[in-house]
Design a protein around this ligand. Structure first.
Ligand SMILES: Nc1nc2c(c(=O)[nH]1)N[C@H]1C(S)=C(S)[C@@H](COP(=O)(O)O)O[C@H]1N2
Ligand SMILES: [Mo]
Length: 347
């Protein structure tokens, strides 16, 4: 594996995509960020040993082998995956966790099967309310807690893919080989890698990765009282120019990406005077549900000086990025305009 990433920790492996690699609409597998609570399996599991068990509140529990999955109707969808903590290090007040800048995000075209097709075969019982996904990665903590996350049954039946391909290649080991969940448009924490078991429950699964983390809560508050992270909030990032770049007077291409999870991006505006005036950017590249939209703004920089460039996205439900992010203890969901601004020198 030859990765082009900025490594934040080796064990577990947590690494972000360098900004230059966020400039293409598809993020190359070799440049895609990597976020892990446990150890990435050293070797790919043998497909003849692998099974996906479906149990709990279903009429007929199932154990699918990989061939059965491959024989099911295939779906190919784009999805921008972002870690809940992306942007954390840009918050004005420090929050604990991996110091992501903007690179805890990437966009890929995923091939796989709809979770609904598997759940329909097993037949949900009437009291089915949540669907818990379990990964077979080896826990690193002393308590040995496996990565298990549940999502509401509505999300599982509507728009959750189980992916075995990423950008036309078999799902890479570090991204969950042979099969991972993708709750489309929801934060990475809802997208369990190395899937081995799905348990249908009445209520949300209770466990460390549901109750202690991936919740939005303030100082002195009980983590379990916080809102569980789900859909991505509306956000934009600037990928060109780079922070502190020195540029000649003249036309400067400002570009980036904007995304809002399950919702489309309606508009992106750019300010080169730290928010006094705003000009619409133009969209470039593909427009697909659940995927980011790339944009650019051609700025005529007439005078030398120091400039703070900001971008601000609005989604199709009229929600705008806030000027400043709402702080929380674990620093989730930083979509602040100001936090994501970049400063350049024009000379
Ligand atoms: N089994 C398992 N799945 C997991 C994780 C994990 O540690 N173990 N991390 C989650 C988190 S927090 C994120 S952001 C995404 C990251 O996916 P990636 O490493 O493919 O980019 O995987 C999610 N799925
Ligand atoms: Mo994450």
């Amino acid at each position: 594996m030859e990765k082009k990433l900025r490594v934040m920790s080796e064990r577990p492996m947590n690494a972000e995509t360098p900004t230059e690699h966020l400039r293409s609409w598809i993020t190359a597998n070799t440049a895609f960020f990597s976020r892990n609570q446990g150890a990435i399996p050293e070797d790919p599991i043998s497909l003849s040993e692998w099974r996906l068990v479906i149990e709990g509140l279903v009429e007929t529990p199932h154990s699918f082998d990989f061939d059965q999955i491959l024989r099911m109707p295939k779906a190919i969808v784009s999805n921008t995956l972002e870690c809940s903590g992306n942007g954390r290090s840009l918050l004005k007040e420090k929050a604990s966790g991996n110091p992501w800048t903007i690179g805890g995000v990437g966009n890929a075209v995923w091939g796989g099967v709809w979770l609904r097709d598997l759940l329909s075969r097993a037949v949900l019982k009437p009291n089915a309310g949540h669907v818990a996904c379990e990964g077979f990665d080896i826990p690193l903590g002393s308590k040995g807690v496996r990565f298990i996350r549940s999502i509401p049954v509505e999300k599982a039946m509507e728009s959750t893919l189980l992916a075995y391909e990423m950008n036309g290649e078999p799902l890479p080991v570090e991204h969950g080989y042979p099969l991972r969940a993708l709750a489309l448009g929801w934060t990475g924490a809802n997208c369990v890698k190395w899937l081995s078991k799905i348990t249908v429950l009445e209520k949300p699964y209770e466990g460390f990765f549901m109750d202690k983390v991936y919740r939005v809560f303030g100082k002195g508050e009980d983590p379990g009282s916080g809102r569980v992270v789900t859909g991505l909030p509306v956000k934009s990032i600037i990928t060109r120019p780079l922070m502190n770049e020195i540029l000649p007077v003249g036309q400067i291409a400002v570009s980036g990406a904007a995304y809002a999870g399950e919702v489309d991006i309606e508009k992106v505006e750019v300010s080169v005077d730290n928010g006094s005036t705003w000009t619409p950017a133009e969209f470039i590249g593909p427009f697909e549900p659940f995927a980011w939209r790339h944009w650019q703004y051609l700025w005529e920089a007439k005078e030398a000086g120091t400039y703070k460039i900001l971008s601000r996205a609005t989604d199709s439900e009229g929600r705008k990025q806030p000027m400043n992010a709402v702080w929380n203890v674990l620093g989730y969901g930083n979509n602040g305009v100001s936090e994501h601004g970049i400063t350049v020198q024009v000379s």
